[in-house]
Design a protein around this ligand. Structure first.
Ligand code: ASP
Length: 323
């Protein structure tokens, strides 16, 4: 073979293969995706139309993520896109439809983590960012930090060019009524959203986005933007997104502990999620969704219900509210 032929062979044939195999090794075309839309007391007497609205919303969110993964997309993109949809959907407590703080405003938290390299980004207490999950991803990719909070995070959003809205954009008549009357029985105290995905390349990503807890103090930050508490992802073990009483998830380092139980003690995903949700936390405090590196999943909660869904490459596609 002449030198010219050899060089063209390397450039045209071998080089693309090497590059492709380093970044995109297809792992048996397997993928799994799980989503949640919050856990808590969810009144079973809600009208069928409301129930169907929630189920349809979960269906649409899951379809967005499933299609990305089925077409060979990356888990981090699936997580961001699913959560953006849920942030736009007023039925959930994230983005549009976020709960009100005690002083009648909205303060939003979100985080995202890539299990491939443990890179993370998060924002807390943002007030004008239409899609907090996308700003969290920008923190991960465009800064050397992992968490930006308050006015600094809003300012970063303006500078980096994400969509900016007035704080009233997040208002919905239902949340306002509930805030004014402090209704206890409405679907209101929850609705945080989350997504965890394993893509065909064996990469796990997780993300969570929320308006926090209704009537929270101005400045209160929950578990959702805190990596290790509300969100965690590690290709060696699993990815997790939690929902519930944030203070308890922070104190118990719930999301990281699931991964740690698997890595250090050899627990299965189910054993690890059972340990945290049913043994360490008290009943009625929350739930989580998780996917491990082999595509096993867990949708675990100790509350009356949890808005949730799962889809995978074996054809599973399911959304549920109660047990
Ligand atoms: N965990 C969220 C928080 O404490 C609320 C929720 O998931 O319902 O901010």
């Amino acid at each position: 073979m002449s030198t010219l032929k050899r060089i063209s062979f390397i450039v045209l044939f071998l080089l693309p293969i090497c590059l492709f195999s380093q970044t995109n090794v297809i792992n048996n075309s397997k993928y799994t995706i799980v989503i949640h839309g919050g856990a808590g007391f969810i009144n079973k007497d809600i009208p069928d139309s409301t129930k169907n609205e929630y189920l349809n919303s979960l269906n649409e969110a899951l379809t967005i993520g499933k299609n990305i993964l089925a077409n060979g997309g990356k888990s981090i993109d699936a997580v961001e896109k699913v959560i953006r949809y849920m942030e736009d959907n007023p039925n959930f407590n994230s983005g549009k439809g976020a709960v009100f703080t005690a002083v009648g405003t909205h303060e939003l938290d979100a985080s995202i983590m890539d299990g491939k390299d443990l890179s993370t980004g998060a924002v807390a207490g943002v007030t004008i960012i239409k899609h907090p999950i996308s700003l969290a991803r920008k923190v991960k990719e465009k800064t050397k930090h992992v968490l930006l909070a308050g006015p600094g995070a809003d300012q970063f959003g303006k500078e980096i060019g994400v969509e900016i809205v007035d704080n009233h954009y997040f208002d919905t008549p239902e949340r306002l009524k509930s805030w004014q009357k402090n209704h206890k029985k409405k679907i209101d105290k929850h609705g945080t959203v989350g997504c965890v995905a394993l893509d065909m390349y064996g990469n796990i990503a997780a993300g969570t986005s929320t308006g926090g807890i209704s009537e929270k103090m101005h400045g209160r930050v929950g578990d959702s933007p805190l990596i290790n508490a509300g969100t965690y992802a590690n290709n060696k073990t699993c990815g997790v997104s939690a929902t519930g009483v944030g203070e308890l998830f922070i104190r118990n380092t719930v999301a990281f502990n699931i991964s740690a139980l698997m890595e250090y003690k050899g627990y299965t995903l189910k054993q690890a999620t059972d340990e945290m949700i049913h043994k360490r936390l008290e009943p009625g405090t929350g739930g989580l969704i998780a996917v491990d590196k082999d595509g096993n999943y867990s949708l675990s909660f100790n509350t009356h219900g949890m808005f949730r869904g799962v889809a995978n490459s074996k054809g599973l596609f399911d959304v549920k509210i109660w047990e």
